[in-house]
Design a binder for this molecule. Structure first.
Ligand SMILES: Cc1cc2nc3c(=O)[nH]c(=O)nc-3n(C[C@H](O)[C@H](O)[C@H](O)COP(=O)(O)O)c2cc1C
Length: 333
């Protein structure tokens, strides 16, 4: 540490962590914990918030954590610091996903400003999108966003798009047959007075033509599920990484969040569609390199932001204690 180094205050880093918690996560499970020790923030994957039925290997668990790590990096950079990020820095502590350290004070560039401005506005949009093509320039920026995080984003042509949507519908049917899938989904859906899970208002209408494989978040109620036609020519993209290790899953999450924030900055709406990557047989035919997420991108109507747990619930006390499945005092729904 140089003598002129001025570390960010605890308050600045807490604000960065608060922004990190706005990241997307599987069923809004928010599977993260943070330990703030200026000038560094440790990001832990919270095993108590892993969804074992839909995500037995913990891949989407770490993608979610990776999305929070990217947001933290960005927020610290936006606060005016050079940022160093070490993934899985301690082999003896696999829950420690990343250590993000502030370095010297550095002027903030325009791209950082743009992406950081998008953080509070990004959200998953499950409404039907307008029948308007995503401009080629915007697609290029999304692909470059993925590349900057070491991932690839492939835009499906019409034939591949129809094939991917067909595979996603097949995967959705397979998931519904998986024992305890519905129970797990219900546990994370539609309850009031919670700071996690997917609220009823954020669930999608059903595609009247049954083409778009929207996740069935809403429990079967007394009336029929609202049906609407979705866009006839959706823009579908596949995010992939070179490998399929735990570090690759974290990188996929960082790339996912950079792509989503870039889309938000460009005024685009996004829906992660993960059923096709949750069924191994379907995932294996999605591309030559491991597919990590399918994304739907377009122009959607206004949607809201889902709740987040308060900072007090995600901060770990300073000190060497580890995050364990049973020992972090975190109550799951
Ligand atoms: C790994 C991962 C998988 C997801 N899969 C889906 C999905 O299949 N369908 C869906 O509608 N949303 C999916 N989402 C979006 C989450 O449900 C969403 O991020 C969460 O509910 C929080 O809402 P927000 O994105 O609006 O902040 C996924 C997000 C992540 C990070």
């Amino acid at each position: 540490m140089s003598p002129s180094f001025v570390p960010p205050s605890r308050g600045v880093l807490d604000d960065c962590v608060r922004l990190a918690t706005t990241a997307p996560s599987l069923h809004n499970s928010q599977p993260w914990k943070f330990r703030v020790t200026p000038p560094e923030v440790e990001v832990y994957a919270d095993p108590g918030r892993h969804l074992p039925v839909i995500d037995p290997a913990g891949r989407e668990h770490l993608i979610s954590v990776g999305a929070a790590v990217f947001t933290l990096r960005l927020a610290m950079r936006r606060a005016g610091y050079d940022v160093r990020c070490d993934l899985l820095p301690d082999p003896a502590d696999p829950a420690l996903a990343a250590r993000v350290t502030a370095g010297r004070v550095t002027p903030v560039d325009q791209l950082t400003e743009q992406l950081a401005a998008a953080i509070p506005h990004r959200h998953t949009n499950r409404s039907p999108f307008a029948d308007v093509a995503v401009p080629a320039g915007a697609v290029d920026r999304l692909r470059s966003a993925a590349r900057r995080e070491g991932a690839t984003l492939t835009v499906a042509g019409p034939v591949a798009r129809d094939a991917i949507l067909g595979l996603a519908r097949a995967a959705d049917r397979r998931l519904r047959e998986r024992p305890h899938y519905a129970d797990e989904l219900r546990r994370w859906t539609g309850q009031n007075a919670r700071h996690d899970g997917v609220p009823v208002w954020a669930a999608a209408p059903w595609d009247a033509l049954e083409i778009m494989p929207m996740r069935d978040f809403v429990p079967v109620g007394p009336g029929p599920r609202p049906r609407e036609p979705f866009e006839p020519h959706p823009t579908i993209m596949v995010l992939a990484t070179a490998g399929d290790t735990r570090a690759d899953w974290l990188r996929a999450g960082m790339a996912l969040q950079r792509v989503l924030l870039t889309a938000t900055w460009l005024g685009l709406a996004t829906t992660p569609i993960s059923q096709p990557v949750e069924v191994a047989a379907v995932r294996s035919v999605l591309g030559r390199t491991p597919a990590q997420m399918v994304l739907r991108v377009g122009y959607g109507r206004v949607s809201g932001r889902t709740p987040r747990r308060p900072l007090s619930e995600v901060l770990l006390p300073a000190g060497p204690s580890r995050v364990t499945a049973t020992g972090n005092g975190d109550e799951r729904p």
